[in-house]
Ligand binder design. Structure first.
Ligand code: TRP
Ligand code: ZN
Length: 851
């Protein structure tokens, strides 16, 4: 046995490999339990760092190894194959090996596995080593040729098709790539075909491959792909570089999708869409993820990461790019609010707890545990700040230089930043600290007015995070504008660049004291602490020209109201109810925006807000007061709800910004209306809706009002054959369950014939919903903690990656009272004590417990 304790890997230890790879030839003879993989790899010794040939390999049954066609001595462990330097030529040589693997029994969904009868792969980050022996690290880039042998009709790999015959197909990818971008798919698949002509006139064949029965759910994804290709040419000048681009939909997948070169593989929930089965939110997600994976072709594939510490180099940038794309396709104002909601819900939560880490971590045990909100969404915020600081023109110039300078290379954050230093002549070393300091800065502001001059005095500080006690000030672009008392804007968008702990900025020559709108468009990922009365908030809500801050003022009013209700039972301020009512009835405002204004802060958000204010959150009180406020709103808006509901009927379903905005407002209104009309409108809509947004919206409104059991059953009868709709059926019931019932409902659902723990979508439908149901998860009896722990323990041996990810449910445990903390500790310790617990889950639980 060589099963060593999992090792911590450090950024500072990076060293080039001893050998580079020129070319790789792989032959796969596919078979469910005995797939043979033959590899022929041309290695070149690295004269800058000489040594043994070290190859990664896990769970492989090795059949043969040769070097230049002859016997060679080698060593294997559970994780490596090593050949001594002395036994190798000091010039390029050919290594050949044959291994056997078992895709059918691979439930971890990493490496080569089977899903609903098809073969597929997932190699990022370190899955290729479960396919064959190879230097499985992103700085080793090579040209791949792949031959697939099987009786299945469709056989795909990266690059361009080269040749095929009866029972085999060959693919050649001319672009050097790291092994994590390798992909192979084989199955009985149908293609939804499309076509694209690039800006230089090259024809590209496009396909979305799906299983039979899913053909009618591809059209929207195909259009999103074409829109993405056009956008990347127009906005970044980036053209596609192969003759073919394939997407495959797979039912069993650990994450959303994967950007394998020329062969993107998608969780079917992130590519399939049809009006009858998918909500507007799904359409929006599909569009964004297709764009994300396509954009990786340049930011990730043509230019990749030197090592996994640089993950944000490709992910932060690609998220930023997909966000801009979605804004262009829909509405920047709405998109920005949605981004901030997500950032606060996931990344701020992470940054405030035991799992806080740098955008570029400096050490890890299991890299899979670092595909986080911090790397992805805070990584994107950092790009957005950079662009605000240097301006649009310099931003695109810097990107051009980056693409030109590093095409075909595996690079670092330093290389990225250098491209902008070289285009602007600016020293960005302080800015770069965003990559190496964890935690969310608290930014406070005070205003003084003196004889025509307004002074804004800012102070920033960042609380300590695990392993980082001392924090330095960050570079903050703070966008502000000033509004006069009559509502006109006297100073338009201005970026204040803060670099110190405390800094003041003045605006002179003002004829009267204006109201400052601060941190417009959420220009930096900070928590703004600003004393403001309800009147000023209502003023900005009515008069600010910045849509983000307009929404933010409504949100602050709602939060203040709820905090006061929770902490000392104060009745909601009529000023808040009036402002919200005015906003809702203002038909000049985008319905999508009004829907966002009507949505109340989440229970988790309120729990964090109370924690920040030094109050131990009581999850039951939070739940009850939110319910109470819903009833208060329903009754205060009694006279406007029916008309709002009727006027926002979007008519024939189109998944565009306009239609989805109206439906979003209509469904938010319906949820309140249901509290007034006994569910009449919702029942009617449930019966007549021709699209899933309204059908599921009606059902959710009924379930949230404590009824709808009949509709729930008829929903099942209508959709039991559609696994993606069934995920919604599972999810909804747990999501809206009352606190004392949630764990029981989730438990019962796990006993349902359609519950499959091996399918990550289904597992997440139940347990993702359970942890997202704040009151239910933190019910006083601790039943939900125990149920989740039971299932994590069951899932871990099958799928460590998804198990580890779901442990994040417990990351906020230190917020709560001693009883809850004790119950959670018991469950975490029980998980950790499980024999043979995976390295992934061990790392997550230990980090959470160390809080
Ligand atoms: N690189 C992928 C993306 O962001 C995500 C990814 C990383 C992934 N590891 C994965 C997807 C494992 C599935 C399984 O686009
Ligand atoms: Zn990505």
């Amino acid at each position: 046995m060589t099963d060593l304790a999992p090792q911590t890997i450090f950024l500072k230890d990076y060293a080039e490999p001893h050998h580079w790879v020129e070319t790789v030839h792989l032959t796969f003879a596919l078979s469910p339990r005995a797939t043979r993989v033959r590899s022929k790899i041309v290695f070149t010794p690295n004269d800058k760092n000489t040594g043994d040939l070290i190859l990664n390999g896990e769970q492989l049954s090795l059949k043969s190894v040769t070097v230049n066609g002859a016997y060679v001595a080698y060593d294997t462990t559970d994780t490596h194959l090593t050949i001594k330097q002395a036994d190798l030529p000091q010039e390029p040589f050919t290594f050949e090996a044959e291994v056997e693997i078992s895709p059918e029994t691979n439930t971890a969904l990493e490496g080569l596995y089977m899903s609903s009868g098809m073969y597929c792969t997932q190699c990022e980050a370190e899955g290729f080593r479960k396919i064959t022996y190879y230097p499985d690290r992103p700085d080793v880039m090579a040209v791949f040729t792949v031959r697939v042998e099987s009786e299945l009709p469709v056989m795909l790999s990266n690059g361009n098709p080269q040749a095929s015959g009866d029972g085999w197909a060959e693919w050649h990818d001319p672009w050097p790539k790291p092994a994590y971008l390798f992909a192979l798919v084989a199955g009985e698949l149908l293609a939804h075909a499309g076509q694209f002509t690039t800006m230089s006139g090259k024809d590209v064949e496009l396909n979305i491959y799906v299983r039979k029965g899913d053909e009618d759910k591809c059209a929207f994804g195909m259009q999103a792909l074409i829109d993405s290709m056009v956008w990347d040419e127009r906005v970044y000048g980036r053209e596609y570089d192969l003759d073919i681009f394939n997407i495959v939909a797979v039912d069993d997948f650990n994450m959303g999708a994967m950007e394998n070169k020329g062969l993107n593989i998608f969780n079917s929930s992130c590519v399939l869409a049809s009006p009858e089965t998918s909500t507007d939110a799904t359409f929006e997600r599909v569009e964004g993820i297709i764009a994300h994976e396509y954009f990786h072709n340049w930011t990730g594939n043509r230019i990749t990461c030197r090592d996994w510490f640089q993950l944000c180099l490709k992910e932060g940038l690609t998220v930023y790019r997909d966000q801009m794309f979605s804004g262009d396709m829909r509405s920047h104002a709405v998109k920005r609010i949605e981004e901030v909601l997500l950032l606060r819900a996931r990344q701020f939560r992470e940054d405030n707890g035991p799992l806080a880490h740098n955008v570029r971590p400096e050490s890890f045990v299991e890299i899979n545990n670092f595909y986080t909100a911090t790397v992805y969404t805070k990584g994107a915020e950092v790009i957005g700040m950079l662009r605000r600081l240097i301006g649009d023109e310099a931003y695109y110039k810097g990107c051009d230089l980056y693409f030109e300078r590093h095409d075909g290379q595996a690079v670092t954050i330093e290389d990225w930043i250098k491209a902008f230093e070289d285009t602007t002549g600016r020293d960005l070393s302080h800015f770069q600290q965003w990559y190496s300091q964890a935690g969310t800065p608290r930014l406070s502001v005070e205003e003084t007015w003196d004889n025509g001059t307004l002074t804004l005095s800012f102070t920033q500080s960042t609380p300590a995070t695990p392993g980082q006690d001392v924090k330095k000030p960050q570079v903050l672009p703070i966008m502000v504008g000033l509004i006069a008392q009559d509502g006109t804007e006297v100073v338009p968008n201005t970026i204040l660049e803060m670099t110190e702990s405390s800094q003041s900025f003045t605006f002179e020559g003002l004829s009267e004291r204006p109201v400052a709108s601060i941190l417009r468009d959420f220009s930096a990922p900070v928590i703004l602490q600003r004393e403001m009365d309800a009147k000023t908030r209502a003023f900005l809500l009515a008069n600010d020209t910045d849509p983000f801050n307009t929404w933010e003022m409504g949100r602050m009013l709602a939060k203040d109201t709820l905090v006061a209700m929770i902490v000392d039972g104060t009745e909601p301020d009529p000023a808040y109810l009036d402002a919200l009512k005015t906003m809702l009835s203002d038909t000049r405002k985008d319905p999508a925006f009004r829907a966002l204004c009507l949505a109340l802060p989440s229970q988790d958000d309120l729990a964090q807000t109370l924690t920040d204010a030094g109050v131990t959150p009581d999850p039951m009180a939070i739940y009850e007061q939110l319910e109470e406020l819903r009833h208060i709103l329903a009754s205060a808006f009694k006279d406007i709800l029916p008309a709002l509901y009727a006027d926002n009927d979007a008519g024939a379903f189109k998944p565009d910004a306009n239609g989805s905005g109206k439906r979003a407002l209509r469904m938010a209104v319906l949820s309140l209306l249901t509290l007034n009309d006994g569910g009449a409108a919702a029942r009617n809509l449930f019966e007549t809706a021709d699209n899933m947004t309204e059908q599921a919206g009606a059902l959710t409104a009924l379930l949230s009002a404590g009824t709808g059991q009949e509709e729930l059953a008829s929903f099942y009868a209508q959709w039991f054959h559609d696994r993606l709709v069934m995920d919604k059926w599972f999810m909804m019931q747990v999501a809206v369950a009352a606190p004392l019932e949630a764990a029981h409902i989730a438990d019962k659902l796990t006993q349902h014939a359609d519950f499959e723990m091996k399918n990550p979508n289904r597992f997440r439908a139940v347990f993702g919903a359970l942890q997202a149901n704040h009151g239910g998860f933190h019910a006083p009896d601790g039943a939900a903690y125990k149920l989740l722990a039971d299932w994590l323990i069951k899932l871990d041996p099958l799928n460590p990656q998804t198990t580890a990810r779901m442990c994040g449910a417990f990351e906020t445990w230190k917020r709560y009272d001693a009883d809850r903390q004790a119950m959670i500790r018991t469950q975490l310790e029980r998980i950790l004590a499980t024999p043979n617990l995976s390295g992934d889950t061990t790392e997550m639980v230990s980090r959470i417990l160390a809080a």
